[in-house]
Design a protein around this ligand. Structure first.
Ligand code: IPE
Ligand code: IPE
Ligand code: MG
Length: 245
């Protein structure tokens, strides 16, 4: 019999990862859509549209890698300062993505949560979000947490008020954590920001107390599974000390 001519299968990018050291929760500041578009002579909204493919691929990759939770920063409380046309386009795009991706999310066993002041969003988007949360509620895989109309300072203020309203006179860390939008989720182990910016932009200020920070210069619309794997590989080399020696 002639020797087999089948080429050995190429190693998948995730093969370099140590499965025993995976982050439980990854949070991403998806940044650089506008600059990506401008670099191509396109309007900023073209960058937001192109970023949808990165969202899709990142969710799928996190599911495949067995990550517990993925928080995506999609719209901040400060993003209302942008031109109305850009804000409207972002809201429209979010609604459209929820509608078109729901089947794929379900196939991937993804659950959905939302972090942020929902009541400030357009009513049509709120109903679509509630519908999607409900439709995916029976799933058991990745928790996709969308940070929408999200501001961390506002979240902490809301949590403190809610904790006081529920009868606490002196609050402890647990009282505050359990009233954050992210109650019940593990704190992010890995915080990724694309586009090279080295700031937190009012994202998860409480929850990232001990997150490992990873910044890549790649613009969000170019972010692919290989970049995610690179970030996790770097995370796995970090020695997390949590203040000890
Ligand atoms: C991130 O990309 C998307 C949102 C903030 C909604 P940007 O729109 O901030 O892109 P840059 O930073 O202007 O390039
Ligand atoms: C942070 O990005 C918000 C989101 C990714 C949704 P921005 O582009 O709004 O942050 P700044 O303005 O550069 O700090
Ligand atoms: Mg930006």
């Amino acid at each position: 019999m002639p020797p087999s001519r089948t080429a050995p299968e190429a190693a998948a990018p995730q093969d370099r990862l140590d499965p025993s050291k995976m982050p439980r929760h990854i949070a991403i500041i998806m940044d650089g859509n506008g600059r990506w578009a401008e670099s191509k002579g396109l309007p900023r909204v073209a960058g937001h549209k192109a970023g949808v493919e990165s969202v899709r691929e990142t969710i799928r990759a996190c599911s495949d890698l067995g990550i517990q939770a993925l928080t995506l920063y999609a719209f901040s409380t400060e993003n209302w300062l942008r031109p109305v046309s850009e804000v409207n386009e972002l809201m429209r795009l979010l609604g459209w993505v929820l509608e078109t991706e729901i089947r794929e999310l379900c196939r991937n066993n993804v659950r959905l949560r939302v972090s942020g002041r929902l009541q400030g969003l357009p009513p049509a988007l709120i109903s679509r979000l509630n519908e999607a949360v409900r439709d995916l509620s029976g799933n058991t895989g990745l928790i996709l947490n969308l940070a929408l109309n999200y501001g961390a300072r506002q979240e902490i203020v809301d949590a403190v008020n809610a904790a006081l309203a529920s009868g606490g006179r002196t609050l402890d860390e647990e009282a505050i954590s359990s009233h954050l939008y992210t109650a019940g989720l593990p704190d992010p182990d890995l915080l990724i920001r694309t586009s090279g910016e080295m700031r937190v932009s009012n994202f998860l200020l409480w929850q990232i107390a001990y997150a490992e920070f990873y910044v890549t210069s790649v613009f969000w619309p170019e972010f692919r599974k290989s970049h995610l794997v690179e970030a996790i590989a770097e995370y796995q080399t970090r020695r997390r000390r949590f203040g000890a020696v």
